[in-house]
Write a protein that binds this ligand. Structure first.
Ligand code: ADP
Ligand code: F6P
Length: 319
């Protein structure tokens, strides 16, 4: 292994920059030449490749987003496009590629590895939707961003004695909703993994009001969606003024938390070690506090398990 490259792909996530920094610095430390690729697979097939040094990653550990930019590149699903990508990497003398992204990006990396490029994936997505790892980069920061928003909404909600419905991101994964609901003391958490009853949600609200609760906070995962419609229905049933807030892309930005920076640094350093060991087609994760790596196909085949226990705790503490 002489030359490696790093790219970010799919939705950006806080902590991606810290991971880029770790890959670049760990690579240089091991005597490798390190290249950066702009705009994910799209930049790769357009040859947007440049050499990086220690200074290229100065002053980025605390920044959200990704200095390498990110993109979605649907054409990468075509074999001939991946063959072109492998050829371009060969021309640049790149033997190993670190891909920071989610499951789609990992699938692209695995397919690329079948064309002779050594690839290692680092999980970067706020959704926390990869079953093989307990945490993905960006999840913890997004969670704290949601919490900050919830705290603010609680102030105005309490003042007006209103119900507040907050829709959070996560695609089909309810983790951002569940974790923020628990940490934010929400009365109800609605996630795609669990059926919910509107009557039960309204009963919780009305019981709470009777007990003297000053506000009601309901977190809805985007995989369920429909926060505005839900607000109208709840207002209609309970007779209590209700407002919906869809947090949107604000959840993807911001300075990464200490947890995400440390995780990114550990994963970036491990990615370089794996490439030095000539490993390929693998993805990195964290389990029980340890950094792990698995074959990409095996990792992506693990079914996602919803944290029932945490859901029950959130429910039992909510009234
Ligand atoms: P994420 O990596 O966050 O899951 P996407 O699903 O949008 O985000 O995937 C990011 C990119 O990964 C896609 O734009 C595409 O370039 C590549 N990709 C996704 N799925 C595949 C696939 N089946 N084969 C090859 N490349 C893929
Ligand atoms: O995967 C991260 C994520 O923010 C999801 O939570 C959300 O569904 C999606 O990306 C939004 O994608 P876009 O940035 O393309 O609107």
């Amino acid at each position: 292994m002489k030359t490696i490259a790093v790219l970010t792909s799919g939705g950006d996530a806080p902590g991606m920059n810290a991971a880029i920094r770790a890959v670049v610095r760990a690579g240089l430390d091991k005597g490798l030449k390190v290249m950066g690729i702009h705009r994910g697979y799209s930049g790769l097939i357009n040859g947007e490749i440049f050499e990086m040094d220690r200074h290229s990653v100065s002053d980025i550990i605390h920044r959200g987003g990704t200095i390498l930019k990110t993109a979605r590149c649907p054409e990468f699903k075509k074999l001939e496009v991946r063959q072109k990508a492998a050829q371009i990497l060969k021309v640049y003398g790149i033997d190993g590629l670190v891909v920071i992204g989610g499951d789609g990006s990992f699938t692209g990396a695995k397919l690329l590895s079948e064309l002779g490029v050594k690839t290692i994936g680092i999980p970067g997505t706020i959704d926390n939707d990869l079953a093989y790892t307990e945490y993905t980069l960006g999840f913890d920061t997004a969670l704290n961003t949601v919490l900050d928003a919830i705290n603010k909404l609680r102030d105005t909600s309490t003042s007006h004695e209103r119900i507040s419905i907050v829709e959070v991101m996560g695609r089909n994964c309810g983790d951002i909703a569940l974790f923020s609901g628990l940490a934010g003391g929400a009365e109800s958490v609605i996630v795609p993994e669990k059926d919910y009853s509107l009557d039960e949600v309204c009963k919780t609200i009305l019981d709470g009001k009777q007990k003297g609760k000053l506000h009601n906070l309901i977190i809805v995962a985007e995989g369920v969606g429909g926060a505005n419609e839900l607000a109208l229905k709840i207002e209609d049933i309970t007779g209590i003024e209700t407002r919906a807030t869809i947090l949107g892309h604000i959840q993807r930005g911001g300075s990464p938390s200490a947890f995400d920076r440390i995780l990114a640094s550990r994963m970036g350093a491990r990615a370089v070690e794996l490439l030095m060991e000539e490993k390929t087609g693998r993805v990195i994760g964290i389990k029980g506090g340890d950094i792990i790596d698995l074959d990409t196909n095996e990792a992506l085949a693990i079914p996602r398990k919803f944290d029932e226990k945490l859901y029950e705790i959130a429910k039992s503490l909510s009234y």
